[in-house]
Design a protein around this ligand. Structure first.
Ligand code: NAP
Length: 256
């Protein structure tokens, strides 16, 4: 029987990459409010400490682990360290990601590699390191933060679209390979949310007017509005949901 309790995450531990700010922070707050203990991550240890202090002041149970998700050796050492020192990771949210904007014919090769390493390679590194532990327990939830740009394009962001399109298929591949071993792997595809990553667009009144008119819900999203989808995909309410991408976008992907 499904009750409100089915959606609770008490006694579970979640690692959320890139959770010192923006969407990751919103997801951390949401999962912790639903009862989970949350390990926060980001590269800037000072920013991470301040975020952890804010969440602890709200009565939430959080830990911090500062590491770069693009560094495979650091990822493995930190995942093994979390499993040893904090406890088994029940829920992984691969959220860390970056945006770089430029016309494709001028796009800097260094930016291309940085973008692919952060948005795609990291999900393979962190996902594989965590899945190895989850597979021994025959259970675990992995949620990859994709994007409406896993489906739809815009000028000047082809490499980001390529990274998020590939991430959608990596999510399905993880579900196919790890589903038989007891894991559920799904994605969340956010529409447009006001975070540092989108600062330039938020301050661009022409873009903002175009976006709100283009979005059936007629507004930008608030990061708190992603937490419900993440809690659902992390909880016992979604035991048979696997390889799915849940778009949380105010209807953007529904309309031409
Ligand atoms: P954000 O505000 O720029 O925050 C990014 C977070 O990731 C920060 O905590 C940052 O901390 C961390 N981070 C970046 N690179 C990292 C690395 N190499 N290793 C570890 N942590 C790293 O971005 P956001 O808007 O919240 O975006 C979060 C995710 O949602 C991304 O995957 C993005 O593509 C996706 N998304 C966002 C939107 C949107 O509207 N904002 C829409 C669709 C999808 P440090 O800098 O300290 O490392």
């Amino acid at each position: 029987m499904i009750t409100a309790q089915t959606f609770r995450l008490d006694g579970r531990m979640a690692l959320i990459t890139g959770s010192s700010a923006g969407i990751g922070l919103g997801l951390a707050r949401g999962l912790a409010q639903a009862g989970a203990s949350v390990v926060l991550n980001g590269r800037d240890a000072t920013k991470l400490k301040a975020t952890a202090a804010t969440l602890r002041a709200e009565g939430l149970d959080v830990f911090e682990r500062s590491f770069d998700v693009t560094d495979a050796d650091a990822v493995k050492a930190n995942i093994d360290g979390i499993e040893r020192d904090v406890g088994p990771i029940d829920i992984l949210i691969n959220n860390a990601g970056i945006q770089r904007r430029a016309p494709l014919h001028e796009f800097d090769h260094k930016d291309w590699h940085e973008l692919m390493q952060t948005n795609l390679d990291s999900v393979f590194f962190v996902g594989q390191a965590v899945a190895k532990h989850m597979i021994t327990r025959k259970k675990g939830r992995i949620i990859n933060i994709c994007s409406v740009q896993s489906e739809l394009g815009r000028p000047g962001i082809s490499p980001y679209m390529a990274s998020k399109g590939a991430l959608k298929m990596l999510t399905k591949g993880m579900a196919i390979d790890w589903g038989p071993l007891g894991l559920n792997v799904n994605g969340i595809g956010p529409g447009y949310f006001k975070t540092e990553l989108n600062e330039k667009l938020v301050n661009d009144t022409t873009f903002s007017a175009w976006l709100t008119n283009r979005t059936p819900s007629r507004r930008w999203g608030d990061v708190e509005e992603l937490a419900g989808a993440a809690v659902f995909l992390a909880s016992d309410a979604s035991t048979f949901v696997n390889g799915h991408i849940l778009y949380v976008d105010g209807g953007v992907t529904a309309q031409l």
